[in-house]
Design a protein around this ligand. Structure first.
Ligand SMILES: Nc1nc2c(ncn2[C@@H]2O[C@H](COP(=O)(O)OP(=O)(O)OP(=O)(O)O)[C@@H](O)[C@H]2O)c(=O)[nH]1
Ligand SMILES: Nc1nc2c(ncn2[C@@H]2O[C@H](COP(=O)(O)OP(=O)(O)OP(=O)(O)O)[C@@H](O)[C@H]2O)c(=O)[nH]1
Ligand SMILES: [Mg+2]
Ligand SMILES: [Mg+2]
Lengths: 290, 277
């Protein structure tokens, strides 16, 4: 573990006064390796260890902690700080309906997460509408319709292109007095110009309160690039990390937060529709550090 | 790197950064950098061009044990497709069906994902588009039951190749891995030797976790080939170098898009070229 590796450098003795530059640099090397092994983006690791360096050099080891414990405490605090404070929930419109767009790469979990959010909102006493705006993937509409039936939430689907479908869905929700419109969009590459424009057009038409990037927790170095592109094009308001119940270290969380500044609002922890949880920065920090 | 001149400290750092950014991973990058430094120390590397050639050579060396085409054996040949959620299994099966159908083979698809919403419908649409039949049961039924029925049909009606779709599952879920083992057992009882090919589908955007996936899936079932999907994106899939080194599973195919023709044979040299683009 990282603690063991750092202990190998700093030793076991309590009451050691201050961390020397040499010790800090050796320790930072281990931290860098741990973060890269956890899939944190190489540039984010660089920035992180740089800011950590100034916090650690000459640092006094405080009451009763070993130097290793002191370092791990600082690193963990630093990562938690980066990942964001307490749980940030969804932002609702002052006047309903609230619009939520689910966006992201192919297979990240958007359709499943849309249904999970619908269930969560329903349990909170809201009246949600799901929108099947993926007209490309075979049986994508059927998938959302099936999930909608499972949670007892209406699914709007119909003819036309995704922009028209979302526009009509929001109109219907407004007319019927529904609270939240959750728009499931097709997975797409961040470098697919036509499809990124499609998302911009949906946003322009429906003016959603939330644009959530749905990202797979096991994403590697490209998480930073993908998130940055989606954010530049759409101005994301939040992130959902899926498949978090697996053994991926989840460094993508740090990369995505670092490049977008947007809160990770929820995590998907399973295939069942109840398996959506608020994001916990402290748990994530220790997971990333391994 | 800039193509002319002597290799500098910065060049080596740049190479390291390219490898890490391509998801090659710390350990494998370290291995490659040490091999490069050894070559440089022995005077085998001539300048910047030389170092890139040496690096390509070292990566190809690691990939050596993981080369292999997808080949069909005598009918009824059975291919099972496995992997974690969302990697592109179902779409890859559509592409395989298309390839085999184009070769004039008689193909049967098996809707072995009886769990996920509209999984059967999804494969059925692909089967119709490619023009091949599909065996299915009710959603929620036992996947092993579908495998049993399908292989009976495959033998009875003389299908050249049968391709089994399975539900996405995390490799850490013991009960789901047991379900997969059971599907394979049922297949081999029905047709000795089946499944003759088990393809593990990996998403090129996945980082170091792909190694854990490859390890645990190949412990559960005899994975005979890897498919690396979504290479039409910006991810390089560098983690397969570590997988090749550790497990020597042949990387047989790559997915380069969402259409039924977007499947290519894995080409190690092209893969290595793309790492540096
Ligand atoms: N284990 C696990 N699987 C998940 C989770 N969220 C989604 N999935 C699964 O991931 C796979 C892909 O989910 P989808 O909801 O179809 O993903 P998508 O982003 O809508 O896919 P596209 O529309 O094709 O881009 C499915 O098998 C889901 O059941 C999660 O939190 N944990
Ligand atoms: N860009 C791109 N997208 C792909 C590729 N292969 C699959 N996809 C897309 O990835 C998404 C998931 O594909 P599926 O075939 O449903 O994946 P799966 O592994 O069967 O998913 P589950 O059954 O839910 O585990 C779909 O949107 C596909 O169109 C590829 O090579 N390139
Ligand atoms: Mg979807
Ligand atoms: Mg599938």
């Amino acid at each position: 573990s990282l603690s063991d590796r750092i202990q190998g450098i700093l030793g076991k003795f309590k009451g050691k006064a201050r961390l020397t530059e040499k010790e800090v640099d050796a320790t930072l090397r281990e931290i860098r390796l741990a973060l890269l092994e956890a899939d944190v983006h190489i540039q984010v690791v660089r920035q992180f260890t740089e800011s950590l360096r100034s916090r650690l050099i000459g640092r006094e080891v405080t009451g009763g902690l070993t130097p290793t414990q002191e370092v791990v405490k600082v690193v963990s605090e630093e990562i938690q700080g980066l990942l964001g404070g307490s749980h940030e929930g969804l932002k609702f419109a002052s006047r309903p309906p609230t619009g939520i767009m689910m966006v992201g790469l192919q297979g990240s979990g958007k359709t499943t997460t849309a249904a999970k959010l619908a269930l969560m909102l329903k349990k909170q006493g809201k009246w949600p509408l799901l929108v099947a705006a993926d007209v490309y993937r075979p049986a994508a509409v059927e998938q959302l319709v099936t999930l909608g039936k499972e949670v007892g939430v209406e699914v709007y689907h119909g003819e036309g292109d995704p922009v028209e479908i979302c526009g009509r869905a929001v109109e219907k929700a407004r007319k019927d007095g529904m609270d939240v419109v959750i728009m499931d969009t097709a997975g797409r590459l961040h470098v697919d110009e036509l499809l990124m424009v499609e998302l911009e057009r949906i946003k322009g038409l429906v003016q959603p309160q939330e644009i959530l990037l749905v990202a797979d927790a096991m994403t590697g170095q490209e998480a930073a690039n993908v998130a940055r592109t989606f954010h530049e094009r759409l101005n994301l308001t939040g992130v959902v990390l899926t498949k978090m119940e697996g053994d991926a270290r989840g460094g993508a969380a740090l990369s995505i937060k670092a490049v977008t500044g947007q809160p990770i609002k929820f995590v998907g922890v399973g295939e069942k529709l109840e398996q959506l949880e608020p994001f916990h920065p402290d748990r994530m920090a220790s997971r990333i550090l391994g | 790197l800039g193509i002319k001149g002597e290799v500098t400290r910065e060049d080596l750092e740049r190479i390291e950064e390219i490898l890490i950014s391509a998801d090659v991973g710390v350990e494998t990058t370290d291995k490659l950098m040490k091999a490069l430094e050894k070559r440089m120390a022995r005077g085998e590397v001539r300048g910047k061009e030389g170092i890139m050639a040496a690096l390509r050579d070292e990566i190809l060396r690691l990939l050596q044990g993981a080369q292999g085409r997808l080949e069909l054996g005598p009918p009824p040949w059975v291919i099972m497709v496995v992997g974690v959620n969302g990697t592109g299994k179902t779409t890859t099966i559509a592409k395989l069906a298309r390839r085999f159908a184009n070769e004039g083979r008689k193909v049967l698809l098996v809707a072995g994902d009886t769990f996920r919403a509209a999984a059967i419908e999804q494969l059925e649409i692909w089967a119709d588009r490619v023009g091949v039949p599909m065996v299915k049961h009710q959603p929620g039924s036992h996947p092993s039951g579908v495998v049993y029925d399908a292989l009976q049909a495959a033998r009875a009606r003389g299908y050249d190749v049968t391709i089994i779709d399975t539900a996405g599952r995390l490799h850490t879920k013991v009960n789901l891995m047991e379900e997969l083992k059971k599907m394979a057992r049922v297949a081999s009882k029905e047709l000795p030797g089946a499944p003759h090919e088990t393809l593990l589908v990996l998403d090129a955007t996945t980082g170091q976790n792909a190694l854990s996936q490859a390890r645990l899936f190949s412990q559960a079932v005899p994975v005979t080939g890897l498919v690396l999907t979504k290479l039409d994106g910006t991810a390089k899939g560098g983690i397969i170098i570590a997988i090749a080194g550790e497990l020597s599973i042949p990387i047989k195919l790559i997915g380069v898009g969402e259409g039924m023709d977007d499947l290519q044979d894995f080409d190690a040299e092209a893969f290595v070229e793309a790492l540096f683009e």
